[in-house]
Design a protein around this ligand. Structure first.
Ligand code: NAP
Length: 288
């Protein structure tokens, strides 16, 4: 029951109706028997500054931030944590002593999902397909967790080089176009191959990145950040060739779990979050 003492968190986005976060977090609050509520806060871009002030005025514990505010929100916050600075986007706001602190839990979520699949990053060689916002989180997570080498394959080399510059002083990062001969060498020796492009995401189920599986190390773990569908064409083809495959569902749950921890100081009940994810998608698919 929501009472006058209930602690509030929410999500700033526009729109927010598609977001899985309210169901996942409210399921965990209920299971954990915590007096918290997670509220959708649809916020037009022109109202973003006011919304951040309102989080403080209403004594919220914090909020998630989603499209289109992940970058724009930074100028309205009192402090930006290193993870958000390196990733270049905020997905979590924590209110402490009246100050709004922006951070980003996507990198931690990615690493936690690798560990859950028994595919730890330490000493590995990763190849990422694409260099957008999610790739920045993946790279930051890998660099913080002992990856030996990262190769990024892109269609636009200028954008890719710009991306790599951001992280160059933190580790061994190379960028090539998809059909470069050095790209093939990186694929042959990688331990982890990650699709960070939206290719294959519903409704474009036939799409997938340009990869010749003959080039990919036979024992590489193959990861797709997409979680709709759970098995993209990219993952299906990898699985047929015997690769261990991981989809984006656990990263989504784990980034949420880390936000939950930052707001409340407690670990959420993850099976409840996962069950909420599953039933949300089942009902969405029935209604589509
Ligand atoms: P983004 O910022 O738009 O970046 C997309 C990247 O993919 C860019 O580098 C883009 O290249 C590249 N790309 C797009 N189409 C391509 C094509 N046809 N061929 C080659 N490269 C192509 O998107 P994002 O926010 O990083 O999200 C990417 C995916 O990750 C989405 O499917 C999203 O749902 C998923 N995601 C999952 C989680 C999770 O928790 N599981 C979290 C975040 C994101 P250009 O720069 O050249 O356009």
């Amino acid at each position: 029951m929501i009472t006058g003492k209930t602690n509030c968190v929410g999500i700033l986005g526009y729109p927010v109706g598609h977001s899985l976060s309210p169901v996942m977090h409210n399921a965990a609050f209920e299971k954990n028997q915590m007096d918290y509520v997670y509220i959708p806060l649809p916020t037009a871009p022109t109202d973003l500054k006011t919304a951040v002030s309102a989080l403080k005025a209403w004594n919220f514990c914090g909020a998630n931030v989603t499209i289109p505010h992940k970058v724009a929100v930074m100028e309205y916050l009192d402090e930006i944590a290193e993870d958000a600075r390196m990733i270049g986007a905020v997905n979590t706001i924590t209110i402490r002593d009246g100050r709004a602190i922006g951070s980003n839990t996507d990198g931690i979520g990615f690493i936690a999902s690798l560990r859950k699949a028994d595919a730890p990053p330490e000493g590995g060689r990763a190849v990422l397909l694409g260099a957008g916002g999610a790739a920045r989180a993946v790279v930051w997570g890998l660099l913080q967790n002992g990856i030996e080498k990262i190769t990024i394959l892109v269609r636009n080399i200028e954008k890719g080089l710009d991306f790599a510059k951001r992280f160059a002083s933190y580790g061994d990062i190379n960028v090539y176009t998809f059909n470069d001969t050095d790209a093939k060498e990186a694929l042959r020796t990688c331990t982890l191959l990650v699709n960070t492009t939206p290719l294959g995401m519903a409704p474009n189920l036939d799409a997938m990145p340009e990869i010749d599986w003959a080039d990919v190390a036979a024992d590489a773990v193959v990861y797709d950040l997409i979680y709709t569908p759970l098995m993209t064409r990219f993952l299906c083809e990898a699985q047929e060739r015997g690769h261990l495959v991981i989809n984006g569902k656990d990263m989504l749950i784990e980034q949420g779990a880390e936000s939950f921890l930052r707001w409340t100081g407690r670990e959420p009940h993850r099976p409840s979050m996962e069950a909420a994810f599953d039933s949300f998608w089942a009902s969405r698919q029935k209604n589509d």
